[in-house]
Design a protein around this ligand. Structure first.
Ligand code: SF4
Ligand code: SF4
Length: 412
């Protein structure tokens, strides 16, 4: 009997009992959990456990234990499985390389498929939005309103507007992601300005659709797959030779898709691309011609999706670029590597948990009291900005792409 026939045989046998056996990649995840030796190291490092305690969130070890129970019991985890931010800290510290973030994705997918009544309502709504519009947000009804909002945001940041560029055959596809496309439009505009300034032959997508990370986090595998196909189609039809994003989550998800779909095209976060392609010396030379803020301290937030799901080297590029801006003094945040609480879609259905996780960052940032916080991710930027504001802090927050554009001598 072939492996596939054996799988079908077992599947049919167990169907009546409501059990779906693991298959393919899932088995790898399960095998990783079997390595757990109950040391508890992950518990001590989990930002959600630290923020809300084990009574509310059983933590990574608890999730691993739940998975080892008989398969129909997944739904017993529904009250905690949606509180994981997916930060990846547990996987990083685990001496046995247990891959808890993948376990969480697996369990959410199984619950979504078989007991969608247990998925938080806000996540089901988000899934419906993703299916309907191919975006994580309901798009603007009126293009003029969208343009007005964009212009107001550009004005606040002192940045000019240049026309969108759709150019099949361009070297680079700049992929903005849902947040920069529909909400924080200044990031999308800043990326265009930077690429244009350095003469990079770029194009925007002909049709913007989500990278699928939110669908994956909800457990909606079908929508995640469909969005991955749409993006793959864009990359292939535009015939680009590289893809750049400005969002940490998009970077990690698009890297996965590029590998799964054999794009044969490198995927970069903007800071990596700039450091490699333009170079720190040239960036520094151009910054020195731009406006100076006259000596300020800047703290950098490290997005989990970059440092733990892509590579810590991306943040080296971010620091090098910031170091090349005249009069900017980098100040240690005091909570390097600390999750901002905005991941895993936790804020969608448990905003209190999300805020409690961010509280650690806010406390450290306000103690250091820098002039500005920057983050190379629209979602981290917005989470930290909102929480600082809620705590009455006047510290400015910028997305790093916007901050870079602000220091170039652009024609305004
Ligand atoms: S991924 Fe982060 S939030 Fe989730 S269990 Fe691991 S350490 Fe906790
Ligand atoms: S750190 Fe790894 S081995 Fe230790 S309890 Fe957590 S998952 Fe298990």
């Amino acid at each position: 009997m072939s492996e596939e026939e054996a799988y079908e045989f077992v599947k049919n046998t167990l169907r009546d009992e409501g059990i779906v056996p693991y298959h393919g990649q899932e088995l790898e995840v399960v095998k990783s959990v079997e390595q757990c030796m109950n040391c508890g190291l992950c518990l001590n490092h989990c930002p959600v456990v630290r923020a809300v305690g084990v009574d509310r969130f059983s933590g990574p070890r608890g999730i691993a234990v739940e998975l080892s129970r008989s398969p129909p019991e997944y739904w017993s985890t529904a009250d905690t499985i949606y509180l994981c931010t997916g930060c990846g800290t547990c996987r990083e510290v685990c001496p046995k390389n247990v891959d808890i973030p993948s376990v969480v994705i697996l369990m959410r997918a199984r619950i979504f498929k078989r007991r969608s009544d247990l998925v938080p309502k806000s996540l089901l709504q988000l899934s419906a939005t993703l299916t309907k519009y191919g975006l994580a947000f309901t798009p603007w009804e009126d293009e003029e309103d969208k343009a007005e909002s964009r212009d107001a945001r550009l004005e606040r940041h002192g940045l000019p507007h240049i026309e969108d560029r759709i150019k099949p055959g361009a070297e680079v596809l700049y992929y903005p992601g849902c947040q920069a496309e529909e909400r924080s439009q200044e990031i999308r505009e800043a990326a265009k300005l930077i690429l244009d300034y350095f003469g990079i032959d770029f194009t925007l997508p002909t049709e913007m659709s989500c990278c699928g990370l939110p669908a994956k986090l909800i457990g909606d595998e079908e929508t995640a797959r469909s969005l991955a196909s749409r993006l793959t189609e864009q990359v292939r039809s535009l015939k680009v030779r590289a893809v750049i994003t400005t969002c940490a989550g998009c970077t990690s998800r698009i890297l996965e898709i590029a590998e799964e779909e054999n794009w044969g095209v490198p995927v970069y976060h903007m800071v990596e691309f700039l450091a490699e392609r333009v170079g720190i010396d040239r960036l520094g030379a151009e910054f020195s011609k731009g406006a100076s803020e006259g000596g300020i301290t800047v703290t950098v937030h490290d997005p989990c999706h970059l440092i733990r799901h892509v590579s810590r080297l991306v943040m080296d590029s971010a620091l090098e670029i910031l170091g090349a801006i005249p009069d900017v003094e980098l100040a240690d945040s005091g909570v390097a590597d600390s999750c901002c609480g905005g991941g895993g879609l936790v804020g969608y259905h448990a905003a209190d948990v999300s805020s409690l996780v961010t509280a650690r960052n806010i406390e450290a940032i306000t103690r250091r009291d820098p002039d500005r916080v920057v983050a190379p991710c629209p979602l981290c930027t917005s989470q930290i900005e909102n929480e600082l504001y809620r705590h009455g802090s006047g510290i400015e927050v910028d997305d790093l792409t916007v901050y870079i554009a602000k220091h170039l001598p652009l024609r305004r």
